[in-house]
Design a protein around this ligand. Structure first.
Ligand code: GDP
Length: 533
């Protein structure tokens, strides 16, 4: 009894949350799931946030991969809509993974700590969203704590992000004096409940008209006058919310609240339902010709944006996360990988509900399904029924740290190669194989990635490895005509390597050397990113 692919896609809202660590992403995720009816009690997601505080705990969590796998996407059905919340890792060492996840999102919620405003990681992630034209909804969190002047927060959004903030609500005070917020569209006041004696977060009083007398039970005359005045000021100073400008990435609707106290969450969820876009047409190539894949197209298509080892370390299988772009997917369907032509029967696709994983009987554009496989699927792969559709590849970023990896038992060298390739396919780290010498060079954006990698090599592959400093500091993918690349390679034999897709990479010992070589070879292009797939 299901609807057409177009109608089903239209009720999908697939979004990610971006924030600087500690702004409250985990708390907000959990409270959105609560508001959406996906979980019944607080605790499930929180545990993750708290445990992440110390590295050793965090590593343990990574090992119990069941948690991170099922948290990669959280699906819930609410108010006639299907929400797919994509989780992005918070630690900045994993920003590459985050970038890829954002390619699968149609919108993002930017969480700001009301006391801190825009922080470095917020800015970085925002830039990725802008690059991909992902509309941004702003949630100013922690209003129950002492906050910056909200007008200054709006100014910061305007000046640092070049984005027009359009507040839909306006807060009355903050911290101990936080009294609630005014809905600027209908002049209803939403009171914020004082904490109950038993620390309950429920029971914020119902909204009441701001114009009437009833509001005086929540605001004293001074507070009321101040809210009236600031709301008027901000109304005059900011542009009214324009859904089209939001979809085009020029404007962000601004919500306020306290994730911890479950205040402002229903409003945010309703805002996502009303304004966040359903899946849209995606640029692709069909048999080499440029085209657009529309969610209502009958052919099932999608791309893999993430691959993760399965929770069971005794099995080598992995789960590929496929973001669907069109059609009606049904369990058991055969899909083809565009670049290899390999066909696979998707018999056990997984949908991830907040506390459960279930077999997906059907799925539509905007949904994410997990496909267990034995290394057939890689990040960046395009899948479709005909195998002729290719979506733009996902970017690999030039690593910032390059290390040599050695296995302590030399008899295990072959085993190491397989393990390193596996982790590179997953996108955990990048792998470079120098033309000379037997060592592998592993590249990462941050140091923590090496630690996770060593941990996984020991636990999943029983390999005791050692990382050593490598002579290299920079890696760049090189492109040019065949003759140019051959000539360049011949002249830089000891600095050339290939990546996991056999693409040539130039490894420089320093930024200075890189600059020097780039200047000397104007016809060779040196790339910081490479699209896979
Ligand atoms: P993440 O690193 O962005 O996932 O942040 P968390 O959700 O783990 O939150 C970081 C800290 O801020 C935790 O101690 C939370 O309890 C706290 N926190 C999150 N939201 C709020 C809020 O609305 N009010 C207050 N007072 N604390 C909050």
């Amino acid at each position: 009894m299901s609807n057409s692919p177009a109608a089903e896609a239209a009720r999908r809202r697939t979004f990610a949350i971006i924030s600087h660590p500690d702004a409250g992403k985990t708390t907000l995720t959990e409270n959105l799931l609560l508001a959406g009816g996906a979980i019944r009690a607080a605790g499930a997601v929180r545990a993750r946030g708290e445990n992440r505080r110390t590295r050793s705990d965090w590593m343990k969590i990574e090992r119990e991969r069941g948690i991170s796998v099922s948290a990669s996407v959280m699906t819930f059905d609410h108010d006639g809509l299907m929400f797919n919340l994509l989780d992005t890792p918070g630690h900045e060492d994993f920003s590459e993974d985050t970038y890829r996840t954002l390619t699968a999102a149609d919108a993002a919620v930017m969480v700001l700590d009301a006391a801190k405003g825009i922080e470095p990681q917020t800015l970085k992630l925002f830039e990725v969203c802008r690059l991909r034209d992902i509309p941004i909804v702003t949630f100013i969190n922690k209003m129950d704590r002492e906050a910056q002047d909200p007008i200054e927060l709006l100014d910061e959004i305007a000046s640092k992000l070049a984005l027009d903030p359009a507040p839909l609500y306006w807060p009355a005070g903050s911290g101990g004096r936080f009294k609630g917020m005014l809905d600027l569209r209908n002049q209803q006041f939403l009171p914020f409940a004082k904490k109950t004696a038993d620390n309950k977060d429920e029971g914020h009083p119902a909204a009441i008209g701001f114009a009437g007398n009833a509001v005086s039970s929540y605001l004293n005359p001074d507070e009321r006058a101040e809210l009236e005045e600031t709301a008027m000021l901000v109304g005059e100073a900011s542009k009214p919310f324009d859904p089209q400008a939001f979809l085009e990435g020029h404007m962000t609707p601004v919500f306020f609240g306290s994730a911890l106290r479950h205040f402002g969450i229903d409003q945010l969820l309703a805002g996502l339902g009303a304004y966040a876009p359903p899946p849209k047409a995606v640029a692709a190539a069909k048999g080499g010709a440029a085209t657009h894949i529309v969610p209502g197209d009958p052919e099932v298509t999608g791309f893999v944006f993430k691959v993760q080892a399965n929770m069971d370390p005794n099995h080598r299988d992995r789960i590929a996360f496929l973001r669907l772009c069109s059609g009606k997917f049904a369990r058991g369907m055969k899909l083809k990988v565009q670049n290899t032509g390999r066909q696979l029967s998707v018999n056990a696709p997984i949908m991830f509900f907040a506390s459960d994983r279930e077999l997906a009987e059907e799925a539509f554009a905007g949904d994410v399904i997990g496909i267990p496989n034995h290394g057939v699927l890689r990040v960046g792969d395009s899948l479709s029924e005909t195998g002729t559709i290719r979506f733009a590849g996902l970017p690999n970023f030039a690593p910032e740290i390059l290390q040599r990896v050695r296995v302590k038992d030399p008899l295990k060298a072959k085993h190491l190669k397989k393990a390193l390739e596996g982790l590179a396919e997953e996108g955990v780290t990048q792998l470079f194989r120098p033309q000379f010498g037997a060592d592998f060079i592993v590249g990462a954006v941050g140091q923590l990635q090496f630690e996770v990698m060593a941990d996984r090599l020991a636990n999943e592959y029983q390999l005791d490895v050692q990382f050593e400093a490598s002579p290299f500091a920079e890696a760049r993918w090189v492109t040019g005509t065949k003759a140019e690349i051959e000539d360049f390679t011949a002249k830089h034999k000891t600095a050339m390597a290939t990546d996991i897709d056999e693409q040539p990479v130039f490894l420089a010992k320093s930024a200075w050397e890189l600059g020097y070589v780039v200047e000397r070879y104007p016809t060779v292009a040196f790339h910081r990113t490479r699209e896979r797939g």
